[in-house]
Design a binder for this molecule. Structure first.
Ligand SMILES: Nc1nc2c(c(=O)[nH]1)N[C@H]1C(S)=C(S)[C@@H](COP(=O)(O)O)O[C@H]1N2
Ligand SMILES: [Mo]
Length: 263
């Protein structure tokens, strides 16, 4: 793997969970009246993105099905406080279970239409392209919608030295869309044997789930991996090499940390 020029190397850290307050988009659409032949609900924001050519305002769309689901909001509070500008004040879209890119911030316009948004971020960015796709045209590949099953090891840090005795390994797992995390396993021998981790409380249907377990590791170097299962019995793929794609999206392979246990 390598960094993509001009793109941020997000790693495991670029996600979080918050409590949102707003109005259901479904209620706004019902009040406005949506024509029967509408298939997609599109959003436009005022921030102009230089990576679009020509530079164009940020936008995107979701299906009418998702847009009229009760969890999708036009939100103005985050964690019980007024939304900050960085997170989309005065009003943003929140599309739980779908990629962050569809949760359009500073939303100015909502349009019911008979096709997905033609915005750069719907048609060119945030698409899963085949491996050797050098010069994609708008609409190529698969647009990203629901989040893929994923997990991360948050403790210990990759490369950490730990003392002998129990080592607590902990992280989060996230199932995406309306799926749930039902099991997380941790292995210290590359996946030959597994310890089932303990799952913390599920905070809500759209929230990540924390997990933790104790490993008893002998002194030496250890490669610790984790894997999450969801309520459809789907499992994360083992290696990111198997899901390589030009933009590096949906890298939901087993997370890993290397640990040194001091004698
Ligand atoms: N108007 C606007 N909305 C946007 C974006 C943007 O660049 N402009 N970025 C999107 C992406 S890719 C993500 S991951 C989320 C990030 O939301 P946050 O800043 O609240 O974490 O906002 C989405 N909404
Ligand atoms: Mo994003």
């Amino acid at each position: 793997m390598r960094d993509i020029p001009g793109q941020h190397p997000w790693g495991d850290g670029a996600t979080s969970t918050a409590r949102w307050t707003g109005i259901r988009l479904a209620d706004v659409l019902a009040a406005a009246g949506v024509r029967r032949d509408a298939t997609d609900i599109a959003f436009v924001a005022p921030d102009v993105a230089p990576e679009a050519s020509p530079p164009a305002p940020y936008g995107g769309s979701i299906t009418v099905d998702k847009a009229t689901s009760p969890e999708v909001l036009l939100a103005w509070e985050m964690n019980g406080e007024p939304l900050t500008v960085a997170h989309g004040a005065p009003v943003r879209v929140v599309v739980p279970g779908w990629i962050g890119a569809r949760s359009v911030k500073w939303v100015e316009r909502v349009t019911a239409q008979d096709r997905p948004s033609d915005n750069f971020f719907q048609q060119s960015a945030y698409r899963l392209l085949p491996p050797e796709h050098d010069d994609p045209a708008p609409g190529d590949g698969v647009e990203l919608t629901a989040v893929a099953l994923n997990s991360a090891i948050l403790r210990p840090d990759d490369g950490a030295g730990v003392t002998t005795g129990p080592t607590e390994v902990a992280g989060y797992a996230f199932a995406g869309e309306d799926r749930e995390i039902v099991r997380v396993d941790v292995s210290a021998d590359g996946g030959r044997t597994w310890h089932q981790a303990e799952l913390d409380e599920q905070l809500g249907p759209w929230a990540w789930r924390f997990w933790h377990t104790n490993l008893h590791l002998p002194p030496g170097e250890h490669h610790v991996v984790a894997r999450a299962w969801d309520s459809t019995a789907a499992l994360q793929p083992e290696h990111s090499a198997s899901l390589w794609n030009p933009k590096g999206y949906i890298n939901n392979a087993w997370p890993a940390v290397d640990l040194t246990v001091q004698p």
